[in-house]
Design a protein around this ligand. Sequence first.
Ligand code: HPA
Length: 236
Amino acid sequence: MSTPHNNAKKGDIAETVLMPGDPLRAKFIAENYLENPVCYNEVRGMLGFTGTYKGKRISVQGSGMGMPSIGIYSWELFNEYDVKNIIRVGTAGAIADNVNLRDIIIGLSASTNSNFASQYRLPGTYAPTASWDLIDAAVMVAQERDCPFHVGNILSSDTFYDDAASLADWKKMGVLGIEMEAAALYMNAARAGKNALCILTVSDCPLKGLSTSAEERQTSFRNMMEIALDAAVLLP
Ligand code: HPA
């Protein structure tokens, strides 16, 4: 069995999948953290690997950028491959004043300017929310590390280059940071009765005009990856 976007066979993919946006990041994670990684997908270059980490079978696959892309890949993982948990690992722009470059954000919930939720025909506004078991595991692991982290609402935006410059309005509502995928991931998980979480490292502060160097990004990326992997190990 395969899908239009994934030629993995049933059983090739672990119950828990880490998803960076960049498929080459997935390759990096597989090669640096997983034992015996096996590549299960190369369709459209959206590389996916399965291996073991601290004895637990884990997969890592790219999601691409934006909600339509992660919407496709996560839907297939949840509904065609029996994946139970997806942890997105990515970068974010800081919005709240107390969120600094290289901090970690654990996305408790994801506001969005996207129309993704309209497919569910709900008579109101849906609140895309992460799964408690994954939040609990990630917070437990993050507390043991020497790295500032925040847990709260993030913004999943359809635009990276936004003409409306609306970040100050989201900031008034306590939103911590901006990225482009979590809301769709959380909705797909909810609809499939599965679990999802988004863990982010702050790569830039658009309201303050700050950004990290490539080297700094690598270090904070490692912190985030290790939180995601150690949290994955704690899952039942
Ligand atoms: N906007 C959207 N996504 C992002 C940003 C941003 O400023 N920084 C990192 N991911």
